[in-house]
Design a protein around this ligand. Structure first.
Ligand code: AMP
Length: 126
């Protein structure tokens, strides 16, 4: 999969469409999800052009990876979920249900989030 620069998060990074910015630094932009799936739902995206988690960790510099990880913690604190707890989700590829092909981490919190994943499939444990 090659990076598609017309994806919606690339357009947000270029300032072509607006977002509700929470935090920005040299490495990341964080903003509120347009369709919140929890009382608090923020997205953190790297500024580099990486389509998913695998591409990010394979291609980004150590500084960019550290900056991204630290920014997630900073944003969680900024949106007020650190104390109560939160969930990080990084959907990747078709099976992961990724809709926007620019790597991003969801920060979900503000209330109890229920089971980690929907148990609608057969488990193969042996
Ligand atoms: P994913 O399924 O992990 O790719 O998640 C993509 C997320 O981006 C979804 O939760 C969408 O609601 C969110 N989203 C799509 N377009 C926008 C937008 N313009 N501003 C903020 N969030 C968006």
């Amino acid at each position: 999969m090659t990076y598609d620069p017309s994806n919606i998060f690339a357009r947000i990074l270029r300032g072509e469409i607006p977002c509700k910015t929470i935090y920005e630094d040299d490495f990341v932009l964080a903003f509120y999800d347009i369709h919140p799936a929890a009382p608090v739902h923020a997205l953190v995206i790297p500024k580099g052009s990486y389509e998913n988690h695998a591409a990010f960790v394979a291609g980004a510099s150590d500084a960019a990876i550290a900056g991204f990880a630290r920014a997630i913690g900073k944003v969680a604190a900024m949106v007020g979920v650190t104390e109560g707890g939160y969930r990080l989700i990084a959907n990747s590829g078709a099976n992961g249900g990724q809709e926007v092909p620019h790597y991003h981490v969801h920060i979900l919190g503000g209330g109890s989030l229920g089971p980690m994943v929907a148990k609608t499939f057969s488990l193969h444990l042996n």
